[in-house]
Ligand binder design. Sequence first.
Ligand code: XMP
Length: 566
Amino acid sequence: METQLRGREFGFRAGEGQLPSGCFSLPRPVCYFPLVNVARRLASSVMAHEPNATDAQFYQPSDDFFLAHRHLALTYDDVTLATLFSEVLPRDTQLDTELAAGLHLSIPVISSDMDTVTESRMAIAMALNGGLGLIHYSMSEKEQIAEVGRVKSHVHGLIQEPIKVAPEQLIGDVLEMIEKQKYAFSTFPVVDAAGKLVGLLSGNVIKPRFAKRKVTEAIIARAQVHTIPQKELGTDPISKADRFFTDHPGIHKLLVVDEQDHLRGMFAMSDVERIAHERKLQFKPARDTRFRLICGAAVSATRNAFGDLDRDRIHKHVGALVERGVDVVAVSTAHGHTKGVGETVRTIREAFPKLPILAGNVTSAAGVEYLADCGANTIKVGQGPGSICTTRIVAGVGIPQLTALYVCSKAAAKKRVTLLADGGITKSGDIVKALTLSHAVICGGILAGCPEAPGQIMEIGGKLYKQYRGMGSLSAMKAGSASRYGHTKDAARKVAAEGVEALKEATGPVENVLTQLIGGIQSGMGYLGAKNLAQLRQKARYIRVSAAGMREASPHDIVELKTGAH
Ligand code: XMP
């Protein structure tokens, strides 16, 4: 009995692993049993990894599968992935992805550069959860640069350039600045014209009743302000600041000064606490080398009055974004395999040799090769799969997403660029399938109902909704996205829209939506025995699904009480 139990413990059926008759006379019988076990376990693990000939006839790797189906354009719901022997627990899977040198995400999800999806609030939430937000460009360049600034200054350990005020300013001016810039904080270091620290203006005194008073009348004097010399920061400034706040109850700000008492930075206790907590998370926020959240911004293939590419303006725009710390620019258009997009990528690449560039959209190998040759690092794939897109209906153009991804993946591997699956993601299973052929996904609709997306919540018939519109819809083109579809803003009224205006049911915050998506991606990877995204791409095997198979995949023949989502 004991032997049977131990056998079961080792993964054998009852009866297996019992000592053969005649073995009891062995001098050390206790050693014999583990040796048999080891041998059997080795044999069974080899068998578990061996390809099975029957499976191979049905479940095919990407090259075999997509070539066998080349007469048919396929998308996510047309296929399913086969399971494989696995030693990988979903919770242990790694989701990090490197899209370009220096552009590293902890999770492979990007929020779309659409005016109803990504502004600074969404970009902050995406980066805090390990992804990336692309700030749209249906706003002035100045506004977009300020939006990027908000993400880059959100929460980082050492605020290297804190917002300062001058001693002679009025409190009323400070109030106006907070209101105008929408700052979420209200304590400001006070410095003189030479940049020397004069004191600290606390949020307690920034009130309308003190509006007419000068800053200097209300500050905490220099002698009472807690500071640390810059040269004492060492290699782990966050731990140093963390210790300081523990040792000084009630103090929430620590300023960094140089030998001449010039202000060189600031620590806020709330930031330091958050970062200390983040260090324990499985999916860490996506940060740059200076510990700031990462952020992307869309740029346009802007033309001048003569219809030529306005290189000066593009350089100025991208230059200002880079100065604000942007981590990647996205040259986003409906048709990326064009001279205008190629030249825009080329001119940015020439002026900013190290800046990661994302460009698209394409659905052909030639398109990927062209943009890669122009200098793009990562290419967006998707023409018409989006939930608000009508390109395929209006223009009769576009390729269902999985086939497009496969075709593009061949060129991407050749050119050593990465791919983004843009549009058409409605559930985590779609992301798993997309990631078998790409390096990250771009989502619009799935995030548009979150409170972090721009726009107000509206109530219709007792339900809550948010606006979600295609960037090729008439209203979005009039608001500034027309160039993305090859039109001018003024002409946008008269041209055919390639997107619709819609509503999305309001959802919970980005963190909740991403938690569900990540859980699904990790499950998928566990089923395929893939520890990381590279293994997922390498191991995936596909098979077509019939309409009945598709019906079988969703809950059926039940009265559903609760959906899978929390
Ligand atoms: P999802 O499915 O996530 O798609 O809502 C978002 C992606 O759709 C693209 N997009 C458009 N495509 N007409 C189009 O044909 C449009 O008006 C439009 N607006 C956005 C875009 O690639 C986005 O990331």
